[in-house]
Design a protein around this ligand. Structure first.
Ligand code: FEO
Ligand code: CA
Ligand code: CA
Ligand code: CA
Length: 613
């Protein structure tokens, strides 16, 4: 057990798990159990999960589907025994969720109710023990497609976001495509609206429609049949799609609060957003646009964070993301990239160079000729196109390391890079047909998070080094790392190690997706150790690393996605621990879940069933 610097979380890396294995694999000496599953009841009046008879009315009172971002925040004064769990619900897999005889209208309504967000209280017997969720917890909340969100920033109240249902242009119902996210220093949750375009039928004729992938084709879920706002050709709804694609902010400690959508951070396929406080007290948020050949963004607030935790301080801090400046990144290499198929480093021995944050909005004013501030906020991709940023290989999670201020960007893959007339390689995106992805490390000039200049290098060029010569692991010997492909979500442990969860390994290196620790500092920089693997067809999300307690949490998204009703390829998670055996009728189908991993000896400290609020 080495690597990981000073972290208390010691483990022997697991071997990669074959892509067809339906199991949740953890290191020797560790156990796992669910925190909460799709369909688990949240409120005292919630029906229990019933695989064969799910309804929209039941689902509205139950935990949603396909979590991506999660965090667990201890409730102050609880001595580590109570916490609040946040989880978002990115999308649904109707083919494996519902029996084929279920009426289409009921499928649509139930799947729609499985979207959104959840906040759930957790309890445990003592600090470090496994958590149990609380049915009827005071903070428990479901955010549905009918939940109102306050639109803030330059887009609020403008002609671009008004509809027949919201003539003020300030109140939006629902959130879509929530993917990664971040927890702010003031204790709120940010969540990114990513693939919102897939929920709308539009004319598809404008530059904006084309740039955002909005088309006249029927959507996959056909919500437009039941609700006219999902077809923007309907009278009064021309702007409905302009009301999605933002960073959402939620206060998990106030179940009556109105969540926000912050247009100052721009509108695109936000993977997520992560905040760091600059030395002068302003806050800086980083966010990637997860689309092939799209961009990396940074927001700098106008106002400074308040350190207190009074209601007035929290209110002020929840306005920080409404005013400020928005930038988009341009990367400049300093040598010729040569990795394309050869495995060699660039001519100067490193993928690295300098970069610049190009302004789109400066102090609430548009910096883009010919576009108003509101236009930049709503049509951010069109604005960015005008200033010449670097087209990236799908920037997923972007997260600053609070120990060093360095910023990490997971570029998950881009198989179109350099193919045909597509954009060729550059030093920051050096691989033609980039199947395995890479991780960029950014250092802001002078350690000033608000700087408009930075230096950068590639920390990882991912893949299986045993079969792929074009991999790089921060200079660490490639034959001593766990193979890793398609980096997606990022997190840090208390010792400042980077943790990466993956999405797509089965299709690239033939292994189940998983969670990996990357040592960043010292002689083992670039060392990659696999901690866990998720079941067949699943994606690893979350993750939460409470290494000081030796607890790790992940959300297993879309297990068994490739299967169908009656031919499920995964039965996760109810097939496993004997001390949480499924009830009759349960366990016959995969259920996306939040999972906790902990040392074996704590196995008996957890409860077998939910607590009562
Ligand atoms: Fe929802 Fe970019 O992953
Ligand atoms: Ca270089
Ligand atoms: Ca993702
Ligand atoms: Ca993903």
């Amino acid at each position: 057990k080495r690597g990981g610097g000073k972290s208390k979380l010691a483990f022997t890396p697991i071997d990669p798990v074959d892509a067809l294995v339906d199991d949740f694999t953890v290191p020797d000496g560790y156990s796992w159990r669910t925190v909460i599953r799709w369909g688990d009841p949240l409120f005292r009046n919630s029906p229990g999960f019933d695989a064969n008879n799910q309804t929209a009315a039941a689902q509205e009172l139950q935990f949603g589907y396909n979590c991506d971002y999660t965090d667990i925040i201890e409730i102050p004064g609880s001595k580590g025994r109570r916490a609040v769990l946040f989880a978002n619900h990115e999308y649904t897999n109707e083919n494996i969720m519902f029996p084929p005889e279920m009426p289409a209208e009921e499928v649509r309504a139930t799947a729609r109710a499985a979207h959104g967000l959840s906040v759930v209280e957790l309890v445990r017997k003592n600090k470090n023990a496994p958590w149990t969720y609380v049915v009827g917890g005071r903070l428990n909340r479901r955010f549905l497609m009918e939940t109102p969100y306050e639109l803030t920033g330059p887009a609020a109240g403008t002609e671009f976001v008004k509809t027949i249902d919201d003539p003020s242009g300030r109140t939006i119902l629902g959130t879509l495509g929530n993917c990664a996210g971040g927890t702010t220093p003031w204790g709120t949750i940010l969540s990114g609206e990513e693939n919102f375009n897939g929920y709308f039928v539009t004319p598809g004729t404008s530059d904006a429609d084309r740039r955002y992938g909005l088309t006249p084709s029927p959507t996959g879920r056909r919500w437009e049949i039941d609700d006219p706002r999902f077809d923007t050709r309907n009278a009064g709804y021309a702007n409905e799609a302009n009301r999605f694609g933002y960073i959402v902010e939620v206060d998990p400690f106030d179940p009556t609060s109105t969540p926000k959508k912050h247009s100052m951070l721009g509108r695109f396929k936000h993977e997520g957003a992560n905040v760091i406080v600059a030395d002068d007290g302003r806050v800086v948020a980083y966010s990637g646009d997860d689309e092939r050949f799209d961009y990396l963004y940074k927001f700098v607030s106008r106002n400074k964070v308040r350190k207190g935790n009074t209601p007035a301080d929290r209110r002020a801090n929840m306005n920080l993301l409404s005013e400020g400046s928005l930038y988009v990144a341009r990367f400049q290499g300093n040598s010729v990239p040569e990795i394309d198929g050869t495995g060699s480093l660039p001519t100067d021995g490193a993928f690295d160079g300098v970069g610049e944050w190009l302004p789109l909005i400066i102090n609430n004013r548009s910096a883009v000729p010919g576009m108003t501030t509101a236009e930049v906020a709503v049509f951010t991709r069109l604005a960015a196109d005008k200033v010449g940023p670097t087209k990236m290989d799908r920037a997923e999670d972007v997260e600053p390391n609070l120990h060093t201020g360095k910023v990490y960007v997971a570029c998950t893959n881009n198989t179109n890079r350099g193919v045909g007339s597509n954009t060729p390689v550059d030093e920051a995106n050096p691989r033609t047909r980039n199947r395995d992805g890479h991780v960029v490390e950014i250092t802001e000039n002078g350690g000033d998070q608000t700087s408009t200049r930075f230096t950068w290098n590639l920390l990882l060029v991912c893949g299986d080094p045993s079969t792929n010569a074009s991999t790089y692991f921060g200079g660490y010997p490639a034959d001593k790392v766990s193979p890793i492909s398609c980096p997606d979500n990022l997190a840090f442990d208390s010792a400042g190690n980077l943790w990466i969860s993956t999405d797509g390994q089965p299709g690239t290196i033939g292994y189940c997706d998983g969670l990996f620790r990357v040592t960043l500092e010292g002689r083992e920089r670039g060392r990659v150790d696999q901690f866990l693997a998720v079941p067949r067809d699943g994606e690893t999300c979350g993750p939460i690393i409470h290494d000081d307690e030796q607890n790790v949490f992940v959300a297993v998204q879309h297990p068994g996605e490739e299967g169908s009703w009656g031919a499920h390829t995964s039965l996760f998670p109810d097939y496993v621990p004997e001390w949480s055996a499924p009830k009759r009728g349960e366990g016959a189908l995969p259920r996306p879940s939040v999972i906790q991993v902990f040392p074996d000896e704590r196995k008996r400290q957890g409860d077998d069933k939910p607590g009562r609020g």
